[in-house]
Design a protein around this ligand. Structure first.
Ligand code: PLP
Length: 246
């Protein structure tokens, strides 16, 4: 058995069990206080920088959706987990030249923010014979947080239309990261408005990806359908990036 497939030890399994239970409890409480059902919110556990053994343990603990932010790392883990029924979410900024690789394993890309990326993903998905859901990443800082990606709210419709008009992509909805220092409830409220406006033209685009370890309650309160949680489940990220064991 490859070293990458060595199972986690009992200590790590118990840490992951505890972290996951705490996050599920937070999601349940946030749903109760906003009158929503927990089934309306999908937990995507962001496993970036953590070893594939953690991903396999999380699957064993009932996690179906995992998120990654770098293609090289994600591609290696997806290959090592090909025997598991996991759904892979790409949540990081994506370069056009990585589209072909990502299309082989990813189910949802949360970070679609420009027509050139849509075109590259569509070509790649068609070549791979797969259908990929795309979320338009919204820059809620309106450009003030340069480098984090995303299109300004006024530009969402144009990118969404390109996704909707492509052959191998499905327009899933929108995604955002709350700007640093912003009130998350206000930021996610703005995202909810953008999502509602998108649904007037694309009624099936119902996904709203918002909320991380620090602000998932605010996101659920504002209608998030997908929360992307890393450190609250897995602990603080290791300083060294994951190196594929191959
Ligand atoms: C890393 C990451 C997350 C998870 O962040 P935590 O604070 O560890 O929960 C969520 N979304 C994106 C886009 C990320 O890059």
């Amino acid at each position: 058995m490859a070293a990458a497939l060595t199972p986690v030890g009992a200590d790590r399994l118990s840490q992951l069990t505890t972290g996951l239970a705490a996050v599920r409890q937070r999601i349940g409480a946030a749903c109760r206080s906003s009158g929503r059902r927990p089934e309306e919110v999908t937990l995507v556990v962001v496993t970036k920088y953590f070893p594939v053994s953690d991903v396999r343990a999380l699957h064993q603990l009932g996690v179906d959706h995992v998120g990654e932010s770098r293609d090289q790392e994600a591609a290696g883990k997806a290959a090592d987990c090909a025997d598991l029924s996991l759904r892979w979410h790409f949540v990081g900024q994506l370069q056009t030249n990585k589209a072909r690789s990502v299309a082989r394993y990813v189910d949802v890309v949360h970070s679609v923010d420009r027509p050139a990326l849509v075109t590259a993903l569509d070509t790649a998905a068609e070549r791979a014979g797969r259908r990929i859901s795309c979320l338009v990443q919204v820059d809620l800082a309106d450009g003030a947080a340069a480098g984090r990606g995303g299109v300004a709210p006024s530009g969402v419709a144009a990118v969404a239309d390109v996704v909707a008009g492509s052959g191998s992509l499905r327009l899933g909805g929108v995604m955002a990261v709350a700007p640093l220092g912003a009130d998350p409830a206000r930021a996610f409220g703005r995202l909810a408005e953008v999502a509602a406006s998108l649904r007037t033209d694309h009624p099936a685009a119902s996904m709203v990806s918002a909320g991380m370890s620090g602000d998932l309650e605010a996101a659920i309160g504002a209608g998030a359908t997908h929360v992307r949680v890393g450190s609250s489940v897995l602990g603080s990220r290791p300083p060294l990036r994951y190196r594929p064991n191959r």
